[in-house]
Write a protein that binds this ligand. Sequence first.
Ligand code: PMP
Length: 304
Amino acid sequence: MFEGVEEIWMDGEFVDFEDAQVHVLTHALHYGTGVFEGVRCYDTAEGPAIFRWEEHLDRLFNSAEVYDIDIPFSKRELDEATRELIDREGLQSCYIRPIAFYGYGPLGLNPGKSPEQVAIAVWPWGAYLGEEALEEGVDTAISSWRKYASSQIPTNAKTTGTYVNSVLASLEAKGNGYEEAIVLNKEGNVAEGPGENLFLVRDGEIYTTGLAESILDGITRRTVIELARDMGYTVHDDATISRGELYTADELFFTGTAAEVTPIRTVDDNEIGKGTKGPITDEIQTRFFEVVEEGEPERWFDYV
Ligand code: PMP
């Protein structure tokens, strides 16, 4: 995955890939006290551009605020570091991973005295679930692991430690021969995928689980809601979706920075629609890729 990556930006400096290290007594390693982002830079018609960068930076700083992580750099500094890193790595398109965390310090649960650290890595990353997944869709299974509730851990923060929930769901799905999991919330309704939001199509209208369903406020989710509305579709963005409704949906798809717009072809071995990418999913996916290839609308792109 990281073949050819030469440098990582860490705590204000560009360091060689091998030297981007932390101490084993890092607070975040023990307690998961880090926050991060996943962002894509696309090779648009106008050159490499970071997609919805402002929103990702906002979400990073908001996630940090929840845990009192005082990121010792401004958004502008992180922006400049990222652009320079992409440039130094000579990448036209890439995945961007900023992370801020409590570093080496006292290992009490209250991280008060641990210093905040920040790193940014960039690397080429193609289709998260594979090129075939984008065309044919993925086979999914409902996870036996529930999504933690937002009353237990904030689900609007992208926190390193909480990804053990996603890891468990992912391990289970892969272990049982599926490509991806769908995770239900504490109430037993649909939350999201381990690293994706979920959309459902029924009778020509589009539904996605509401923010109150213990989901991450996905930036691709926001993008697809806006694009679909512009295309004339009715989008219900505060839906509660039951497990049974998944089985009888006309179409289902995932959205995410890594997964982009990935159709879901089966859930628990039940074929969704015709068991391949549905027509509305296809239209939305086509529009999404058009947007990121063209770099339009301009307000969604920051050129490197
Ligand atoms: N839910 C979870 C749990 C995720 O990890 C992600 C990926 N960040 C998403 C949804 C999709 O969010 P975004 O579109 O902002 O990548």
